[in-house]
Design a protein around this ligand. Structure first.
Ligand code: FAD
Length: 88
């Protein structure tokens, strides 16, 4: 392994996004994770407005979001309900 300016441990959304932005500034980044990717990740498959805003910013910089568009077409969502543990 060569020399890096920054080593980020953890390639989840936070580490990956940080690495993307830092690499843009010309820094040499190493992004490490203890798991092999693609990994299984427990998720509700929901994206908040803020998440979409951040993803769109990365798309402008070259991130390919076509798989999201395919998923939206395959699994359209037309509503959302929140329930407390007591069911109200
Ligand atoms: C059940 C569940 C459902 C969820 N559903 C949603 C949802 O529908 N929508 C949504 O937006 N969010 C959802 N979330 C939240 C979302 O998963 C987190 O907000 C997001 O994953 C946090 O990103 P992160 O990069 O901070 O951490 P993580 O995604 O946890 O990434 C951390 C990474 O660090 C690695 N790591 C940890 N320790 C080490 C180590 N010592 N050495 C090397 N690597 C290491 C891990 O392998 C992991 O890949 C859900 C969370 C849970 C638990």
């Amino acid at each position: 392994m060569g020399e890096f300016d920054i080593v980020i441990i953890g390639a989840g959304p936070a580490g990956t996004t940080a690495a993307w932005h830092l690499a843009e500034s010309g820094l040499k980044i190493a992004l490490l994770d203890k798991k092999r990717f693609p990994r299984d990740k427990v998720c509700g498959d929901a994206l908040s407005g803020n998440t979409i805003f951040e993803l769109k910013k990365l798309e402008e910089k070259g991130l390919n979001l076509s798989f999201f568009e395919e998923a939206v077409k395959a699994y359209p969502v037309d509503g959302l309900s929140f329930f407390s543990p007591k069911g109200i």
